[in-house]
Design a protein around this ligand. Structure first.
Ligand SMILES: NC(=O)c1ccc[n+]([C@@H]2O[C@H](COP(=O)([O-])OP(=O)(O)OC[C@H]3O[C@@H](n4cnc5c(N)ncnc54)[C@H](OP(=O)(O)O)[C@@H]3O)[C@@H](O)[C@H]2O)c1
Length: 313
């Protein structure tokens, strides 16, 4: 049985826990039911400890409202089942946090024939957002989508013709560049979605959490220079705990002063600058068209139409 130890805690765990501790109902969409249930149990224990300490801003409810739904972002079939499960529950949705991700993974293709980081970090979140936006439009005045991106966008390039990395061999596949690209797409999608959602009750933002000590390095433990980078970051004190890493997401999710604010990329809870290739309209449109094509079996015409109909001409 896999239990959750301190090192297993990711940014998503702290984000879900603190938002739930403030009184929200939180659904954690994860691939492992066992890990998710262990995480929920741990959150409940930690909630009780915060209540015992009389922590400010904590809900007075007896228990946390955190639930699990299954999703594997590396499988579009699984993402579709998750969307259907959520939709058939008839729930409202106020905040969608696209947090799950993998970094600097070796070259690998999913069952949908997409490069793994492209699909997990970006494309599957795109599919979820596209299907959930109609639900969010009916869920309240202030609904928010938050993409957990990364400063790795600064090393990314944009080129649709090499988006799947198939020109590379496993030996020369540039894992940092492809991680950066997947995080760049999240920013580009933010700009495009915001154009579609202009004047609606939904805003899209993105964030960089910082250099955070989590399990993110599990897919690049073979890359010595990254061990050195993380080791040095820790040594000079710039590494964050998962709780510190979750702060920016939590702030963007719950801060009432950010209602109606869109198109911002936050770092340390403050607006930060993205990169010119992300802001270029023709790149955003090219990515949008390519993404729709990759998702054509999962994105019915009416869903696309509802999204695109709001785009100002
Ligand atoms: N840590 C950093 O320094 C850093 C810096 C910049 C950006 N970020 C971003 O922050 C986000 C959270 O990362 P983290 O640092 O908290 O890393 P983490 O501890 O490795 O958490 C990543 C989460 O993504 C989930 N995940 C991975 N593949 C999945 C899949 N196919 N389907 C469903 N879920 C999947 C993992 O699920 P399992 O529990 O099942 O493995 C895990 O819960 C990521 O998007 C990452 O790119 C992190």
């Amino acid at each position: 049985m896999h239990s959750i130890s301190a090192n297993d805690i990711g940014i998503g765990y702290e984000t879900a826990k603190w938002i739930a501790m403030m009184g929200a109902t939180v659904i954690i969409a994860c691939r492992s039911q066992e890990r998710a249930q262990n995480a929920i149990e741990r959150m409940k224990t930690e909630f009780q400890a915060e209540k015992d300490k009389h922590t400010e801003g904590i809900s007075e409810t007896d228990t946390l409202h955190v639930e699990f739904m299954q999703v594997d972002l590396a499988s579009l079939r699984s993402v579709k089942s998750f969307i259907e499960e959520f939709r058939s529950s008839g729930r409202q949705l106020h905040t969608l946090i696209c947090n799950a991700g993998i970094a600097m993974h070796p070259q690998h293709y999913t069952e949908d024939d997409n490069e793994l980081m492209f699909q997990v970090n970006y494309l599957s979140h795109f599919l979820i957002a596209a299907h959930f936006i109609p639900i969010m439009k009916k869920s309240g005045d202030d609904c928010r989508i938050i993409n957990v991106s990364s400063e790795a966008i600064k090393v990314a390039t944009f080129d649709i013709s090499t988006i799947q990395g198939k020109q590379s061999t496993p030996e020369n596949f540039d894992r940092l560049n492809y991680y950066g690209r997947s995080k760049l797409y999240q920013i580009m999608q933010m700009y495009k979605l915001n154009r579609c959602l202009q004047g609606s009750n939904i805003t899209v933002s993105s964030i960089h959490p910082g250099i955070v000590e989590t399990e993110i390095n599990r897919s690049f433990t073979d890359l010595g220079r990254w061990k050195v980078f993380f080791g040095l970051s820790k040594l000079i004190g710039v590494t964050k705990t998962p709780f510190e890493g979750a702060r920016t997401t939590i702030n963007v999710a719950v801060n009432p002063q950010l209602a109606g604010i869109r198109d911002v990329y936050y770092s340390d809870c403050k607006p930060a600058s993205t990169v010119p290739i992300a802001r270029k309209l023709e790149n955003q449109e090219a990515l949008w068209e390519y993404s729709k094509e990759r998702l054509k079996d999962y994105l019915p015409e009416e869903v696309i139409k509802e999204l695109e109909d709001n785009t100002p001409i």
